[in-house]
Design a protein around this ligand. Sequence first.
Ligand SMILES: Cc1ncc(COP(=O)(O)O)c(C=O)c1O
Length: 383
Amino acid sequence: MKFLLKPEFDLFVDRITAKAKEVKNIIQLQWGELAVKPPLDTIKFFKESYDHGYVRYTTPHGDNSLRQVLVDKLKRKNNVNVDIENILVTVGGTAAINFAFRVVAGDGGYILTQDPAWFGYSGIAHIAGAKTIKAKESEYSYELFEKIYKKLKEENKELRVIVLNYPANPTGHIFDVHTLKEALDFSEDYDVLLLSDEAYEDFVFKGKHVSLGSLRGLDKVVSIYTFSKTYAFTGLRIGYAVGNKDLINAMAVAQVHTYISPPSINQYVARRILEEELEEPFVKKNLKILQKNLKLVMDYVEDHTWEMIEPKGGIYAFIRLPGIDSGNFSLKLLEKMKVAVAPGIDFGKNWRDWIRITIARTEDEIQEGLNRISKLYLEIIST
Ligand SMILES: Cc1ncc(COP(=O)(O)O)c(C=O)c1O
């Protein structure tokens, strides 16, 4: 039988994670998860949800009381003014991105992503029936978007979505307000959707996160948020999209025919987390840890002959080890040194000798992980 999607893993990082699960005492720096546990209070919310009978399907758009609390959160934290009709609660930000891609570009339309980009976008686009192209995030501008749009048009292809992921995975890049406004100008002139992926909204090292939807509303914008990173709760699988009502309604159709509605209990827990405003002290504490770890990594990189893009936010360090083939290096690193990292090649073909490590583990793990990376790197370049 012919499969339209390959059943094998197509990313090195997935193969590495699968292998890492079989080996004991591994230092896991490959994944975008905080090492800390979610806020303690969440335990009682799960029980509460059952006691309150939250065990049924919710509406395809998500539970209305959660959506209402999200309206308040968006106003309070993001300066984005919306109604519940503008919100779709999904199974993680991943599903929200999937539905947006499907609805807007699922007939072979093009999606522009950053270079390097989180490997999720190309995989999601592929499944959704869309195609991706990449451009350097530092060059994002009206001029660049127009050039790409026109070039695609000449080839009878259509640019439908521009992804602005900030703070970015893997580089920690943050778009300044000027670039965000140029993207908005372009989207209005050319009717192209802007997808702002704000999964790392709470991890900004200097200043405050500026949400794209706070600048000129949501006419040409869909913004993606998640509980995964802010609350160290990747297993909760609750995210949400915020956009204009027509787009959100179309995305809800995709959602209902995928899994009907997100898990009711998890939506209840997400609501209670927001109602109790658990994030402030929790995030502050984690941000401090990240900044301390980042300094450790940057000093280490400086002391060696490596290169690094200094992140302005996020939970990663993207590091160049000149000369390596990151796929093979990462597999060897796992086998010989028991350290798991994400190879740069998963983020685009221009990043062959880069690796991504998370800075959201303990200081000891990161220090030891770097020592082992250095040991293998020295072995490789001296042979
Ligand atoms: C940039 C970015 N967007 C979205 C996601 C999706 O996260 P989730 O589906 O857990 O909400 C991730 C996960 O790593 C990410 O890095």
